[in-house]
Ligand binder design. Structure first.
Ligand code: NAP
Length: 294
């Protein structure tokens, strides 16, 4: 990948702790290069104690924008000048744009998920959606799914209080369409039978514990259900394997990873990333060998 850094180069980056294993530098530098834009994207490892100084420094230095990852997605909000309504509902910012010295926060995770479904010809509008897990990723996508017009959203989680939080945010701020429960065999069967889209947002099955699965018994599945896993390492989790055997359409987390990045890139540059560029980016991710060992 060629980069020609000169006096006009605009700086983008990611702050998190750790950030060394992030795919984002590769994704964004590839996009800049393919679109012939003069941007460079750099990883910054920032501790929680240094977060406010890093953000202030980015502002002072005129950094064009940056991504925010674990553990700063929530805490960064207090250092920004403005935050989108969607990101406030999600309680997390993953994208910050510097507009004339003012920092604006967004969250593109939910949009990335919706676009990854759309790329596979799947829409959440009018659908009954069942979400397993109630962490940060679940909250982001659940809120976006509600905003996109799903008919119902059920959140099942090991700790039901966290699922309750997500349902309450949706019911109080968007529409009264969400229920929650503890995640177990009975609740899964009860809600699974009537769902159109089932999504695993727990890390169960993620490398290196690739034999784990959030649910034992998936007999309730039928070919009409679309089954998604936010995990992208491995690309086909045991959860997705089981669903595929039942004839379900399956969608892994790679599309979400790429599309949330594309949405951030569009916010910073104002340039639309076409479907061709997306496909090229996907090809490059594989060519680069990120997923060879999966
Ligand atoms: P998180 O905030 O830590 O939430 C994890 C959720 O999984 C919690 O609800 C937790 O339940 C549940 N969980 C964890 N271990 C469990 C177990 N042994 N049994 C049952 N439930 C368990 O994590 P996150 O940030 O939401 O990320 C979740 C997953 O999504 C990760 O695999 C991450 O890689 C993936 N992700 C993918 C993308 C993408 O672009 N594709 C983006 C973001 C995240 P409790 O509430 O009971 O603890």
């Amino acid at each position: 990948m060629e980069t020609h850094i000169n006096g006009y180069t605009k700086v983008l980056g990611i702050i998190g702790n750790p950030v060394e294993h992030s795919f984002s530098p590769f994704i964004h530098n590839t996009l800049s290069s393919k679109l012939h834009l003069n941007y460079v994207y750099v990883p910054f490892r920032v501790s929680s104690e240094e977060l406010q100084y890093a953000v202030r420094g980015f502002k002072a230095a005129g950094v064009a924008g940056f991504n925010v990852t674990i553990p700063h997605k929530k805490n960064v909000i207090r250092y920004l000048d403005n935050v989108s309504k969607e990101a406030l509902l999600m309680g997390a910012v993953n994208t910050v744009k510097n507009m004339d010295g003012k920092l604006f926060g967004y969250n593109t995770d939910g949009e990335g998920f919706i676009k990854s479904l759309s790329e596979e010809g799947v829409s959440v509008k009018g659908k009954n959606v069942l979400i397993l897990g109630a962490g940060g990723a679940a909250r982001g996508i659940a809120i976006k799914i509600a905003l996109e017009g799903a008919d119902s959203i059920v959140v099942l989680n090991r700790t039901p209080e966290k699922a309750c939080e997500i349902s309450t945010i949706i019911n109080d701020n968007i529409r009264h369409i969400s229920k929650y429960d503890v995640l177990n065999k009975e609740t899964l069967l009860h809600h699974g039978i009537s769902c159109d889209i089932l999504i695993n947002t727990t890390p169960l099955g993620m490398y290196p514990d690739i034999n784990q699965c959030p649910v034992e018994d998936m007999d309730f599945l039928h070919p009409g259900i679309v089954v998604c896993d936010l995990i992208y390492n491995p690309l086909k989790t045991v959860f997705l394997e089981k669903a595929e055997k039942k004839g379900c359409k399956i969608i892994n987390g790679l599309g979400m990873l790429l599309f949330q990045a594309i949405s951030s890139f569009q916010i910073w540059t104002g340039i639309r990333v076409t479907s061709d560029i997306y496909k090229n980016l996907q090809k490059n991710v594989f060519k680069e060998g990120f997923f060879n060992s999966l």
